[in-house]
Each structure stands twice: as C-alpha cells, then as structure tokens.
Design a protein around this ligand. Structure first.
Ligand code: ADP
Ligand code: GLC
Length: 484
C-alpha cells in the first residue's frame, strides 16, 4: 500500500520531542512490513541543509486561498531508502527557532497558515491534483499540525479518502482565531460544533478528529484516559462518540537506541556484559564535572521542562533528594520559570546536582546510558519514549502510573522482593511524597546487588521494537483502504 506519512518533525532532520523519533522510526518499520511509505515534512532550514540530491517534484502555485508559492521537492531520508517529500516555502518555514516557536519562545503568529499550508499540500498529493506519478492510498497524519489533511479532503469532496490521525498529545490542539476559517479557504458555514469549531476557536485537532477515517493514539491506557474529562481536554465527548474508530497503539523505539552500538556513547554494553555501563556512568560524571565517587547512584532526567512532565514534583523534593547520597543529572528545556528554578538550584549543590538547559541529543543518550535510575514523574504521558530508552539502557525508570508509562513499566513491589518481571518503580498518587517514596525504594534496591541486576536485565530484555506496532498499523491501513 502507498502511505503518505505527514508530520511536522522527524529525527535527525528536526526534533523537539517524541514525535520526531516516532516519525523516523515508524515509517521505517512500515517499510519493513512491505509498505510504500513516504514522509512529508515542511522545508525548515535544518531539513533542507541535511538533504543531498534534492529533486523538484513540482511547483506549488498560489491558489485562491493560499497566496504562498513554493515547490514540492523530494530526496531520500538521510541514512535510509525512505523517500521524503518536502514542502519548500521559504516565507513560511525558513525561520530561526524551533518549528513552532520564535527564538524568544512565543508561538509564530502565523502557525495556522504554516501548518494549514502543510496539510493543504498533503491533501493535494492525496487528491492527485499535483503533477506527480505517485498517489497515496492512505494518509497518516500526526497531531494538530497535520490534522487538517482529512478536513481539506472532506471539504473538497473526498471525504472517503482513507486517513489515520494519530494523537501524540491531546494537550496541543492547534486552536486558532475563527478568522483563519476563511483565510484557509473553508466556508464560514463550516464553523460549527460538528465541524471546525471548538469553544469559539477554529481547532485543527478537533476538526481532524471529526473527519479522519480512524484515530489512533500512542498507548492503550492513554486511549482510555482521553475519553474521560480528566485528560480529554474537552474533546472526551467527541472521542467517546468515535470510540469504535479509536485505538491505542503503543509506540516502539528505533534501532538507533541500542547501547551495544550507540555511536553517541563513550562505551558500549549489553544485557550479557554490563561493564561498559559503569564506564558510561563515569564518563558522564567527568563530562558534567561531578565527582566520580564509587557506589553513589546517579539519577537522570531528560525532559521537556513543562507541567505535563511533573517537573514541579521534582522541584518540591529537591532538598530532600540532595540530603541523600546520590547525584542528580538534569537535561531539559521549556518553561522559563522551571528553567530559572533549576538554574538557581544548581550552584547550591555543586557536587551532587548537574543542570544542563537546552536540547542536546548526544548528552541525552549519555545520561540515559550513564544513570542508575531515570526519573519520569509525568502528570500525564500519552506514551513516553524516554522511559523505554532507559529500560533498554539498563536504567530502571521511576514513573507515575499514567498513560504509556503504566503500559510499559512493570512496577517493583515496594513492600516485597523484586518480581521476576519488574523493570522499574511506579507510583500512583501524583504527590511529591509518593514520588520520593518510589525513588527511595529505587535507592534501596540499588544497594541490593542481585535485585538490581534482575531489574536492569528485565528492562534490557524487553522487546520495545516497532515490529508489533508496525503490524498493527499495517492491519489498520488494510481495513480502511478503498478497494482498488
Ligand atoms: P515528549 O515527546 O512528550 O517530549 P517522549 O518521552 O515521547 O516525550 O520523547 C522525548 C524525546 O525527546 C526523547 O527522545 C528524549 O530523549 C528527548 N528529549 C527531551 N528533552 C530533551 C533535551 N533537552 N535534549 C535532548 N533530548 C531531549
Ligand atoms: C508526545 C507525547 C509522548 C509520546 C510522543 C510520541 O510528545 O507527549 O508521550 O511518546 O508524543 O508519540
């Protein structure tokens, strides 16, 4: 089957979080299942500069609704045989900052146009309106940035074109002023509850959820959670209404997250030989100027610094943690006040706390490999990849029981011996104390050599590959494909 995978980021061309990792690894897994999958990305500077042998597919002429002009170009995704289409429109995408934010950290004021245009071009590819030989059978969209693809198709008389919309995070909905309805070429009559409107806004995600043939999200538990008012962000009614078309498919991790070959690590290790992990731990501490003291556990955290990620819980227990014989290594970026709090805390504990603010792929791998425990106290977590990376790297995670964290981490029984399958530490109440208790339980197991080896190895032996999810997506595409 021919699948257009429309997305706003894909590692290593552009990544701000897990969507970037998924958009690289899932298409590759689908290709291994025999699908003809092609990725569509916006032409950000980091994308175009990393591609070689770019070929023009066609010119994108201005239309009645979109005055923008540009080109659709194609290339191979670096390091693979995956075809990639890129929407080159310098006025929209040739900008500094992240794909979504200005260098000062504000949303670009024309994000509705930037991602509306991306979705519009994807819809043109699907409808066969561009002079190109390849026409997809299915379009797979991801999050609000490409959620308008099925909406454009429906409004252009192609409501039956098969589409899958994956929700990676319902908290980001792409809600814009109603002015954008007409500006993006939709009739004002479509601005109502059953179509584009969501509490007075034009909501890209909501509109996509109305029109997509099928909706998926990235873990079975999150699929249930978003149908309730707690985590439904006002969309629980629509999602419950579409329950039979909604499915939770657990993400996997890509083959580059393998501690026995990871080129970003200073030493390698595997489940049968963990010696390299100690070398990674010491190299990490040297790099971050923490003393290399034997038998002191290193706790790692690599995260967007946001409310979702429960960073406030960590801040609440920081003093208590710093009283323990441990070292804590943090890498993150995000909320300015959280960054400021961590920046101020660091000099108070020079021997115990390392804080790196920013986005650093290599350091993220080194922290995940070099830590003993990985902290992920997310308030909610659609899937979470970092905890799976941690388990694959022999670093038991401490996680809040929510979404994909609940689906991937087998909790240690705080009051009993290590279960045969335990892979980490799971706390249920979202309180600083429950988080601290789970960490303490981890610290006490760290001292117990046998239990610790079991825990680490259990995680490393788990199959987190994309193979099972690839098979489920392939079956889903088959179900919705139109008869040829
Ligand atoms: P989310 O997508 O919600 O941020 P995930 O756990 O699914 O959470 O994916 C996060 C990805 O981003 C992981 O690959 C993680 O290692 C990476 N990451 C998060 N923050 C940083 C950072 N500051 N530097 C490097 N990588 C980061
Ligand atoms: C989102 C979610 C995260 C998930 C990722 C990839 O960013 O917050 O939980 O792992 O998407 O699906």
């Amino acid at each position: 089957m021919k699948i257009l995978f429309a997305t706003s980021e894909a590692y290593p061309l552009v990544k701000t979080g897990g969507l970037g990792d998924v958009s690289r690894a899932l298409p590759q897994a689908l290709k291994q299942h025999g699908e003809d999958v092609r990725i569509l990305l916006p032409g950000y500077p980091s994308v175009l500069s990393q591609l070689s042998e770019i070929k023009e597919v066609c010119v994108l002429s201005p239309t009645h609704s979109f005055q923008e002009s540009g080109r659709l170009v194609e290339a191979l995704f670096p390091g693979s045989d995956l075809p990639l289409y890129v929407v080159e429109s310098p006025g929209l995408y040739d900008r500094p900052g992240t794909p979504y934010l200005t260098p000062e950290g504000h949303d670009w004021p024309d994000n509705a146009l930037r991602f509306g245009y991306l979705s519009h071009v994807a819809a043109l590819i699907c409808s066969g309106h561009l002079p190109m030989p390849w026409k997809p059978d299915i379009v797979h969209c991801n999050d609000w940035q490409t959620a308008l693809v099925p909406v454009f198709l429906a409004h252009r008389g192609l409501a039956r074109f098969p589409s899958v919309l994956t929700i990676h995070n319902l908290a980001f909905q792409g809600n814009f002023s109603p002015d954008w309805v007409q500006k993006l070429g939709f009739p004002t009559s479509s601005f109502h509850m059953e179509d584009l409107e969501f509490y007075g806004h034009f909501s890209f995600l909501k509109a996509g959820l109305v029109h997509a043939t099928r909706v998926t999200t990235v873990s079975p538990t999150y699929a249930r959670e978003i149908c309730s008012s707690d985590l439904g962000y006002g969309l629980q009614g629509l999602l419950s209404h579409r329950e039979k078309d909604l499915m939770g498919i657990l993400n996997g991790i890509g083959p580059e997250w393998n501690p026995s070959v990871d080129p970003l690590l200073q030493a390698h290790f595997s489940v049968s030989d963990l010696r390299g992990k100690t070398r990674c731990k010491n190299a990490l501490r040297k790099q971050l100027q923490l003393p290399v003291t034997p038998n002191v556990p290193v706790l790692g955290l690599v995260s967007r610094l946001t409310h979702q990620k429960g960073i406030d819980l960590l801040v609440d227990i920081l003093d208590e943690l710093m009283n323990e014989p441990l070292q804590l290594v943090i890498l993150g970026s995000g909320d300015a006040s959280m960054e400021q709090t961590l920046r101020e805390a660091q000099p108070l504990f020079p021997e115990k706390l390392s804080v790196t603010l920013g986005f650093d792929e290599a350091l993220s791998h080194r922290i995940i490999a070099g830590s003993d425990l990985f902290l992920m106290p997310s308030r909610f977590e659609p899937c979470g990849l970092a905890q799976m990376y941690a388990m694959a790297y022999g670093t038991p995670p401490v996680v809040h029981k929510t979404g994909g964290l609940a689906d991937t981490v087998e909790g240690f029984d705080f009051n009993g011996p290590a279960k045969n399958q335990s892979t980490g530490f799971v706390f249920e109440d979202l309180t600083p104390q429950a988080f601290m208790n789970a960490i303490r339980s981890g610290l006490s197991q760290f001292q117990n050599k046998n239990a610790w080896q079991t825990l680490r190895k259990n995680g490393m032996k788990k199959d987190f590959s994309w193979t099972p999810a690839g098979a489920i997506y392939t079956a889903l595409y088959k179900e919705i494909a139109l008869p040829s």
